[in-house]
Design a protein around this ligand. Sequence first.
Ligand code: FAD
Length: 388
Amino acid sequence: MVEYDVIVIGAGSVGVPTALATAESGLKTLVLDSLPSVAQGDNKHAIGGIRATHSLKSKIWLCQRSIEIFASWKKLYGDDIWWEQGGYCFLAFTNEHEQMLKNTVRQQKEYGLNIEYVDSEKIKELVPGVNDGNLLGGTYSPEDGNSSPLLALHAFYRKSKEFGTQYNFNEEVIDITTKNKKITGVKTNKAEYKTQTVINAAGAHAKNVGNMLNIDLPVVPESHEAGITEPVKKFFSTMVIDIKPATDKKFGNSKNYYFYQNKEGKIIFCLTPEPNIPGLNRSETSVFLPQIAKRMVNLLPRLKNIKIRRTWRGLYPMTPDGSPIIGKVDSVEGYINAVGMCGQGFMVAPGLGELISRVITEKLDSKDYQILEELAYGRDYYKIEDLK
Ligand SMILES: Cc1cc2nc3c(=O)[nH]c(=O)nc-3n(C[C@H](O)[C@H](O)[C@H](O)COP(=O)(O)OP(=O)(O)OC[C@H]3O[C@@H](n4cnc5c(N)ncnc54)[C@H](O)[C@@H]3O)c2cc1C
């Protein structure tokens, strides 16, 4: 039986950059995925937003490192992953939201984030044509940006193979074997492999993988929809996030929605439904588009004639507090969580992959310990809620 230093379950947003980092640090790495090729889980459903604008220090630091990786990738390795550093704007239309954003900015600055609360004039500069009726201002974090999830993941995939990672597709993990509470191997529908280290990067299916070891993971998939327009001349670069909830008699309620214009000039958009929609349903609905189109045209009237090319639906692997679950567990030696990415798996993953590699090679620094503590499996999931 072939033996590996590390087996990663899942060739998605998290599994691929994690394998890149483990293989680069010299570990013999195997990635297993039940689907036929890389990025076929929820990576390809992400809209490509990348921000370090969170309120937990763990996610700020992980994403700051991710941004360095995305931003330097083309220069280092030559692949164009459509990285663009256009920033993020969270808009405030009510005094309550203004106060909440101002308080969060104070905290974010303490953790080293480059972010300011700006007035409505600055927002109008960043988002030309924005309807400023009740606009009070918003946050602007210029170092955040966006990239193509598929181009980026394929670039990480190719590089990880150069470092020696092996990928087996169409191979579903059906069991993880242990002896005396230590990992001994992985069984799939096709073969068995020996290893002492397994990384759970199974996205929406992470709970099933945890169950193989009696680890009860609070990860519940939720459906989210997105869409893309035809290309038009570039007129804004920032990600726009409208956090004001909305009610619609015909198409139902929604929480925030967000959009940006990508490198090709297409506007990519996504909305958080209210109530949330738990389950594994990836079939797009007829409700999403009229709901978000109304909100976007109201905010940015010049979008009223733009044509929508397509919409799609994917899954957020949600946790109760909206943050990932990372690191080892007490009950099984050799098992590592990289699960519960919520709506942030693409942006967190490159930084996270390097952290997981340092967990295995025991090269953790003081920031790593703080991240692992904040995102530990055993934390109180009902204490803090981060920006989702
Ligand atoms: C509409 C939408 C918009 C989004 N926008 C963004 C965004 O702008 N920015 C951002 O950062 N995130 C975004 N996300 C979230 C992001 O897509 C997810 O957080 C991320 O893809 C999760 O990464 P993952 O590696 O955990 O899961 P995935 O990328 O889904 O990978 C998991 C892989 O594990 C495999 N697998 C599962 N079980 C097994 C098994 N037993 N054996 C073998 N293989 C297995 C699956 O086949 C899959 O390929 C968005 C999501 C949606 C739906």
